[in-house]
Design a protein around this ligand. Structure first.
Ligand code: HEC
Ligand code: HEC
Length: 442
């Protein structure tokens, strides 16, 4: 009885509140404004869930995306880009936190679930963190990380949580934006090796800034990932050909052609390697090439990296790069750089698998030599006194065994390409097949 009376009293009070709200809205609608400026604590308490540190990045990477709950799409009038909008449109229920719409939709079964398939569902621990945040009052709070502790960086404890909060929403197997699935170690290995993982989170020139559409990771998070990258050797299993797109014959790929060419021709000791950095120019990887090589994407003639190959930076002919006694780049080599810049100077990579059905000297063997060897085996003082300029030069080293010995890194030979990575198995097989076929000039 008692209970019933109480609840009908509650009903009356509610009606009164609603009536007064209605009257209010006829005059001045008192729209509550939730301050987007957070309350910042100087240190992070382990028991508190912070909106700015944890909840907002998670909402941004999984919900506040184009077509869903960003300010433009505002699907079902729900916007989850900032504190004020979350409080207004997220259906937060402070009295009954587990009844909050923003929480309940995470737990729904398949077709009503948010984020909807193909996006990955939130993990139960992520959902629980959201619930805790609401239970703690859904405050716009933030904390300053204590000194960034990077003494024991591991994937599971340090890096994976950053990816969970900021990245997997767009880069999982079922929802691989830009064809990138960060949960796949083979793919991660490629992104690490070609520099785009760090380039994108550091917002380096030439990379798409990540996490897309939200603020940059903290310095501590970036450092954590950088330390893990430095200390981890991920190797692609290489099976299944899932590494990069297939090769388009009209495209010049940075990782396949441009980088090996610059590594063998320019990033050598005393010149543009990481130690010497002559004139501040370092040409060892994509990010330093974009930062110090004077590349203007789409405009080879406005790119120092290209113009210096022909005329030099000044008017003297000895400004030409690579300098004497090295040989200038051949027309083919210059065209590699030129066309890559013309096509947008991207950090791209392709893999067509290993096709050795039609090995020819001009189509298969010499292009590898031009990219990986010629810069050192040409000019006035070729490496080891050995020229690799043309067909007859190559036949000579093929016949005396030095070609296969050096590229296979056989004992008793100097390993080639000198100071560079070993050629791929496919490239080594290509030389081998050409020699087995009797070194034809085709
Ligand atoms: C809201 C969706 C979204 C989020 C969140 C997101 N990405 Fe991306 N990411 C994309 C899209 C889309 C692309 C394709 C390029 C583009 O459109 O900018 C991409 C591209 C990339 C690339 C390739 C960049 C390049 O220049 O080649 C990397 C690496 C990457 N993301 C890593 C991350 C990491 C690491 C995080 C988390 C810190 C993250 N992304 C968060 C959507 C996202
Ligand atoms: C950065 C410069 C550089 C590059 C790139 C380079 N070489 Fe060499 N190469 C040398 C030098 C210098 C020597 C002399 C031996 C030494 O110093 O190790 C040499 C020696 C050789 C030898 C003789 C090896 C021996 O043991 O007698 C062969 C054959 C050779 N290189 C082939 C190649 C081939 C093939 C490539 C490309 C796949 C290549 N080189 C790339 C600098 C280079």
């Amino acid at each position: 009885m008692n209970v019933r009376t109480k609840s009908s009293n509650m009903g009356l009070i509610l009606v009164l509140i609603m009536v007064s709200l209605l009257i209010g809205s006829c005059t001045h609608a008192p729209i509550q404004y939730f301050d987007n400026t957070p309350v910042v604590s100087n240190s992070c308490s382990a028991d508190t869930v912070y909106f700015q540190n944890e909840i907002l990045p998670l909402l941004n990477s999984t919900c506040a995306t184009t077509g869903c709950h960003n300010a433009v799409s505002a699907k079902h009038d729900v916007v989850l880009t900032d504190y004020n909008s979350v409080m207004h449109t997220g259906g937060i229920n402070l009295a009954l936190p587990s009844e909050s719409k923003i929480y309940k939709v995470l737990l729904k079964s398949n077709d009503e679930r948010m984020p909807p398939s193909p996006a990955q569902a939130w993990t139960s621990s992520q959902a629980n963190r959201l619930l805790t945040w609401i239970s703690q009052g859904a405050i716009n709070n933030a904390c300053l990380e204590a000194a960034c502790d990077t003494t024991h960086v591991t994937f599971k404890a340090s890096v994976d949580p950053i990816f969970q909060t900021n990245c997997y929403g767009c880069h999982s197997a079922t929802n691989a934006s830009g064809n990138i699935d960060l949960t796949n170690f083979d793919q991660l290995a490629i992104l690490i090796n070609n520099g785009s993982l760090l380039g994108s989170i550091r917002h380096d020139a030439g990379y798409s800034p990540m996490p897309k559409g939200s603020s940059k990771l903290s310095d501590c998070e970036i450092n954590t990932i950088a330390i893990w990258v430095r200390d981890t050797t991920l190797t692609s299993s290489g099976g299944g050909g899932s590494t990069g797109s297939t090769c388009d014959p009209d495209t010049v790929y940075f990782q396949n052609t441009v980088l090996p060419l610059l590594t063998s021709g320019c990033a050598v000791s005393g010149c543009h390697d990481a130690t010497t950095r002559k004139h501040g120019v370092q040409l060892t990887d994509y990010s330093s090439i974009m930062q110090t090589g004077g590349v203007s994407a789409g405009n080879p003639n406005g790119s120092k990296l290209y113009t210096i190959l022909s005329s030099g930076g000044g008017d003297k002919d000895d400004d030409i790069m690579p300098p004497y006694p090295r040989a200038p780049f051949t027309t083919d080599q210059k065209n590699i750089v030129k066309n890559w810049i013309l096509q947008g100077a991207k950090n791209n990579f392709c893999d067509s698998g290993c096709d050795t059905t039609n090995v020819t000297f001009s189509g298969s063997v010499f292009p590898i030599v031009e990219t990986y060897c010629l810069s050192c085996h040409n000019g006035n003082s070729p490496g080891g006194g050995i020229y690799l300029r043309n067909y007859s030069d190559l036949v000579a080293v093929a016949n005396n065994g030095k070609l296969m010995g050096s590229i296979r890194h056989d004992q008793g030979y100097s390993p080639m390409p000198k100071n560079g990575n070993k050629l791929s198995d496919c490239q080594i097989a290509t030389f081998n097949i050409w020699i087995k076929n009797g070194t034809p000039n085709n």
